[in-house]
Ligand binder design. Sequence first.
Ligand SMILES: Nc1nc2c(c(=O)[nH]1)N[C@H]1C(S)=C(S)[C@@H](COP(=O)(O)O)O[C@H]1N2
Ligand SMILES: [Mo]
Length: 302
Amino acid sequence: MAYKSALKYSDITPKSDFLNRRQLMGGLGAAAVTALAGPGLAAGKYSSDETPNSLEDITAYNNFYEFGTGKGDPAKYADRLTIDPWAVQIDGLVERPGNYGLGDILAKMNIEERIYRFRCVEAWSMVIPWNGFELKQLLDLAGVQSGAKYVAFQTLVRPDEMPGVSGRGIDWPYREGLRLDEAMHPLSFMATGLYGDDLPKQNGAPLRLVVPWKYGFKSIKSIVRVTLTDTQPETTWNMLQPSEYGFYSNVNPRVDHPRWSQATERKVGGGLFAKRQETLMFNGYEEEVASLYSGMDLKANF
Ligand SMILES: Nc1nc2c(c(=O)[nH]1)N[C@H]1C(S)=C(S)[C@@H](COP(=O)(O)O)O[C@H]1N2
Ligand SMILES: [Mo]
């Protein structure tokens, strides 16, 4: 494999030790904590302290419709995907448009671990230990022009390797988008790994977006194109069913899906008798992201 995540899960201090150490160090400041804990953990404040789902849960129960609509299809078929070489075309309102090789991108990124809560619009959830880098770093690499207001993303389409893209229904490529301020938020993350190892193909190798306060379908996989625009881009689920899937798709327990409640969720891997858990506003990231939407009617802008 050409692209290794720089930081291994096994290199990382167990979360409880890390938290204890941070508490102990109290007033010493972030730089001292970083020096002691090693690279990557400086951003520990963005990680959840919940226990991550098992690698088995995270890699066996997936949505990646390019490989089929069944939850087990991506694990079954995604190994056909060729991910080396890989390049990302960055274009639109940027200073340095181009086709960026993934190796060249990764050499410039600060790779860290983020343990994020993940909530699918279908009302299941997981906790996932990603490795990767802040999306802002990639946008800064290309240089965002002052007129840009949105970021649009596209997934690879390769019918030879993707059994799901030949059927009708979705207008491929899979597309997603963010407002520029959402994209620049430090929580917006480009994942290149999982549990300290390479990102499995069913999870969107070699490069996928993770936006933890939004429903999972915003977290577009296997990205080959990033375009800065001044108009709101088209997004796959909104194109398919605009009455059910909005552009924002912020996790919100008070705004139900037209066909089911969003008030609670089933944590994958909890077993047959596990209690459903309450869904949190912005999936638990309210403190970090609520200000992005101040004054906005979140029911109208779902
Ligand atoms: N290209 C692409 N990206 C995608 C999807 C998809 O079908 N195609 N499914 C989305 C949905 S609905 C979810 S819930 C997450 C699932 O990510 P995971 O399989 O890594 O948990 O991927 C999102 N990204
Ligand atoms: Mo989803």
